[in-house]
Design a protein around this ligand. Sequence first.
Ligand code: HEM
Ligand SMILES: *[C@@H]1O[C@H](CO)[C@@H](O)[C@H](O)[C@H]1NC(C)=O
Length: 355
Amino acid sequence: MKQVSKDIESSMAFFKVTTSLLLLTFLSATLSLAHPGSNFGWGSGPFGGGSNGLLLQFYQFSCPQADDIVMSVLEKAIAKEPRMAASLLRLHFHDCFVQGCDASVLLDDSATIVSEKKSLPNRNSLRGFEVIDKIKAKLEEACPQTVSCADIVAMSARGSTILSGGPSWELPLGRRDSKTASLSGSNINIPPPNSTIQNLITLFNRQGLNEADLVALSGGHTIGVARCVTFKQRLYNQNGNNQPDQTLEKNYYQGLKSVCPTTGGDNIISPLDLASPARFDNTYFKLILWGKGLLTSDQVLLSGNVDKTKALVKAYALDEALFFEQFAKSMVKMGNITPLTGFNGEVRKNCRRVN
Ligand code: HEM
Ligand SMILES: *[C@@H]1O[C@H](CO)[C@@H](O)[C@H](O)[C@H]1NC(C)=O
């Protein structure tokens, strides 16, 4: 008798699982037909976001136009200022490395919040907040209190990559927004531009990211700019002996000195990829091979003595498709860093403050 009821129980469970799988398969087939071009899938886990509760089709019924709204705002903003794509890509990185991808980076100072915007890596540097506000306003109109600010940042990073000529990827969604920020977390977890290769590897490992992720994601520096203050040390006193960084190519070094003086000029900007600063491509890696990486953290991927990162810089310089493929994978991985899901956190109405 006991065995029979157990059998019934397990066959019921089997039935339920089968039904939901059938339903999912049906939905998947229907959607594939509706969007024949899209590569519809459930991603790494059975339901598409891995094991962290994120789903590829999270807004499929609650806000199906979410990504279209994001893209339409991005198109305008990036057409007006190509650098905005870079700024938005970086925003996602600085969000995810501090208590996970939870839009903590967007919170302004308030009675309860000490904003991350004042941290060493972010101050006078991080940008794109107005574009996020604009996207949020449009989404609140279309789908009130539905699409989180953390997901907006993740979708903006992907859209910015696409609109700059880079790869696309299937993006798990359903992140919720934090009610807290961490200024110290921002100072501690985001690697400084003069990092050693060991330092970079350690800080990425702490987020569950490996050397392949480090090299591919550093390829984000194929677009955008950096301020003189972030590479000045390399030009005038790299090792405390008043000498420049010996890995800098000579002509490049001369050019940089002319736009980044010993004293002052801290906010003068230089392209991270001087050959194609607005184009998402693999020239970033070619430039590193030529001693023309802008930041120490860029050049040490090759000059540091870690065989793995050296080999990957060379591989991505030779094969753009390989870089794009790994960048896409690593962006999904970075986007999956400890999200708030389910009943944790909230969906902010205004990305700058908690509800
Ligand atoms: C590997 C460690 C990294 C370090 C040390 C680093 C450091 C920096 C620094 C110092 C700047 C210039 C900031 C300024 O001028 O104030 C910058 C800009 C930028 N970073 Fe990184 N970064 C790293 C990884 C990443 C990752 C993982 C991404 C994205 C996938 C990324 C995307 C960008 C972009 C797109 C810009 C240009 C932003 C703009 O023009 O507004 N970085 N980074
Ligand atoms: C990086 O820069 C900071 C701030 O200027 C400095 O304190 C630190 O010693 C530098 N680290 C290296 C490895 O040069």
